[in-house]
Design a binder for this molecule. Structure first.
Ligand code: SAH
Length: 271
């Protein structure tokens, strides 16, 4: 659902789907690390929406939807700190410095991140910098991409008949390659969710099959999960890398491996 904002900034009152958000005077010189969820603005928590609508300054990443940033006060300072693997807009130390500088200007600062700030979001690193400098902070969790993509692509992440374990994995390689325990990952009774895995699809398929996972294990690749532009590719471990390339699927996309994925055939509801 779109977010509506009144045009007259003097009686500013942002709304999400008819629920109006009251502005609050936030403590100056403090930072709120806030999860923006996977994309659909209605998946924001009430707390996230209230903080976004109230802050003096908002520092946001590329995965945060425009509809969400539009909740900010008309006079709020909006700073794009975008981050995309291999295309970093601001290096991490500069983002840390920026948060410190804004807090020292006595502004209330919302640091807005896609999904949940503590899941592959470097939220911990940013808080460490704030803690070291004695800047007060709070954390607001968000709906992580795994939850959003599974819900909107129509399969559960765990199921008593399919998966008793759920593992979130980063597919982002360090310069010297992966440092993953592939043997532990190649278990049929679990669901694997690879964040940032599109560039590593071939290696994920190769390693998991080499370590014993069946080549016909179900795989879903969900791009732009929870947004009207969502696409989902349903395939198998051996075939998904070629299909993903053929379909030109680019990040941000999530790769989910495990038999729970097949339940989408009966449970799909979002189109
Ligand atoms: N903190 C975020 C993850 C950041 S890592 C969270 O909790 O969701 C960035 C990766 O998340 C992307 O490369 C992609 O793999 C995944 N991602 C984030 N939003 C997504 C979306 N709407 N659809 C599919 N994948 C998404």
């Amino acid at each position: 659902m779109p977010i509506h904002m009144e045009k007259n900034p003097n009686s500013y009152s942002p709304e999400i789907s008819g629920i109006s958000l009251s502005r609050e005077n936030l403590q100056p010189g403090k930072v709120w690390l806030v999860g923006a969820g996977p994309g659909d603005p209605e998946l924001l928590t009430l707390k996230a929406a209230r903080l976004i609508a109230s802050a003096d300054a908002i520092v946001y990443d590329h995965l945060v939807g425009e509809g969400i940033v539009a909740l900010a006060r008309p006079d709020a300072r909006l700073i794009y700190a975008g981050k995309q693997s291999s295309r970093h807009t601001l290096p991490q130390p500069e983002i840390n410095e920026l948060l410190l500088a804004l807090a020292r200007e006595n502004l209330s600062v919302v640091r807005l991140k896609g999904g949940d700030p503590f899941i592959f979001g470097r939220g911990g690193e940013e808080l460490e910098a704030l803690a070291a400098a004695g800047v007060p902070f709070e954390v607001t969790p968000g709906v992580t991409a795994a939850s959003g993509c599974a819900a909107y692509a129509g399969f559960p992440l765990t199921h008593r008949d399919h998966a008793q374990m759920l593992t979130f994995v980063t597919g982002h390689r360090k310069r010297d390659g992966f440092d993953l325990d592939w043997k532990a990952l190649a278990h049929s009774c679990q669901t694997l969710v690879f964040y940032m895995g599109v560039g590593a699809a071939e290696e994920i398929a190769r390693q998991l099959t080499a370590h014993g996972l069946s080549a016909d294990t179900a795989v879903a690749v969900v791009r732009h999960g929870t947004l009207p532009t969502q696409t989902a590719l349903f395939s198998t471990l051996s075939e998904f890398p070629a299909q993903l390339r053929a379909a030109n699927i680019e990040p941000p996309a999530l790769i989910v491996v495990g038999s729970v994925v097949r339940l989408h055939e009966r449970l799909q509801w979002f189109s």
